[in-house]
Design a binder for this molecule. Structure first.
Ligand SMILES: [Zn+2]
Length: 317
């Protein structure tokens, strides 16, 4: 098995969002990757520029970040050839690793645009190294920059960041130091190719945690009405549990609840709504063991939201 640590650079519509191509808001212009073996030893590197077909010059913001000039791209490969070569280089027995969750999304969106998404069947299981770094730091919402992670881990930056191969290289360097975090329950599932029908729905069990990914629905309300959607069972013994805090909306895209299993204690339920390019919704539900401190934090959150709502109502009177 090989770890494929990859990074993409992309361009966006230079004339602003209103004029962008709907199926391709971000056009990939560079692919860089390092291949590591199971002991994290470097096996090979991959790099290619991609010749743009949709946006004919580089958005100012993109240029500021990635230091690429349009003429750099003209000798690149056309995207279908570039990505076919990349996937061939990756091999069959591979595990993708990226900094954050955007690269796999944009890779697939670009492939869909060129009708070659079939080359990378989903859902794709991968390691989000940014998330692993957050877990390593003990952070709840783990979104730090690659540069921050490198500084934290004492990795000296000898090359300029924000070019695909350099970022892939350093992501690999950070990952090498996160070996202990690279366990199945910390892996991520990319569901850009989300389940469309009930038999395609996904349930993954990691011991103390269960993750469920639903098929798609026309609206969030319809998804919540689906039979069994709000059910919570213990991830360990699979028995129904007692509700402590009923499901409530933290914001428009997120619900949480707290339950308790007589044998295994407190557990937190989380529902996240995801929208597809076609403006449909699917649900990612996770149930995992938690502790009193976290349960209390959730209860306080609910209380704050309740007060806010009450104030808003009174203001209207
Ligand atoms: Zn239980």
């Amino acid at each position: 098995m090989h770890y494929i640590v990859f990074d993409l650079e992309w361009n966006q519509c230079p004339e602003g969002k209103e004029k962008e191509e709907k199926g391709l808001p971000f056009e990939i212009v560079e692919i860089g990757a390092v291949k590591l073996d199971e002991n994290f030893r470097l096996v090979d590197t991959f790099h290619t520029m991609v010749k743009p077909q949709v946006y004919r010059w580089i958005h100012e913001k993109t240029r500021e970040v990635i230091h690429l000039d349009y003429k750099n791209l003209l000798n690149g490969l056309l995207f279908p050839r570039a990505v076919t070569g990349f996937l061939k280089w990756c091999g069959e027995d591979r595990r993708f690793c990226t900094w954050g969750d955007l690269d796999l999304l944009e890779l697939q969106r670009n492939m869909k645009y060129y009708n070659i998404l079939g080359l990378l069947p989903g859902p794709v299981i991968y390691y989000d190294v940014q998330k692993l770094f957050g877990i390593y730091c003990g952070e709840k919402e783990p979104r730090r920059s690659l540069q921050y992670a490198m500084e934290t881990m004492g990795i000296e930056c000898k090359m300029t960041l924000h070019r695909a191969l350099v970022d892939a290289w350093y992501t690999g360097e950070v990952m090498k130091r996160l070996k202990n975090q690279m366990v199945p329950e910390n892996s991520s599932i990319d569901v850009y190719q989300n389940p469309k029908r009930k038999p395609e729905e996904i349930t993954v069990s990691y011991g103390n945690k269960v993750k469920f990914i639903s098929r798609e629905f026309a609206s969030k309300e319809r998804a919540l009405r689906e039979k069994g959607m709000l059910n919570v069972i213990c991830p360990i013994c699979q028995k129904p549990v007692k509700k402590k805090i009923r499901w409530f909306a933290v914001n428009a895209r997120r619900y949480v609840c707290v339950s308790s299993c007589p044998r295994h204690g407190l557990m937190k339920g989380k529902i996240r709504f995801k929208s597809t390019d076609e403006k449909k919704y699917y649900v990612i539900k996770t149930i995992e063991l938690t502790d009193k401190k976290e349960a209390k934090r959730i209860q306080e959150k609910q209380e704050v939201l309740r007060l806010k709502r009450k104030k808003r109502k009174e203001a209207k009177k």
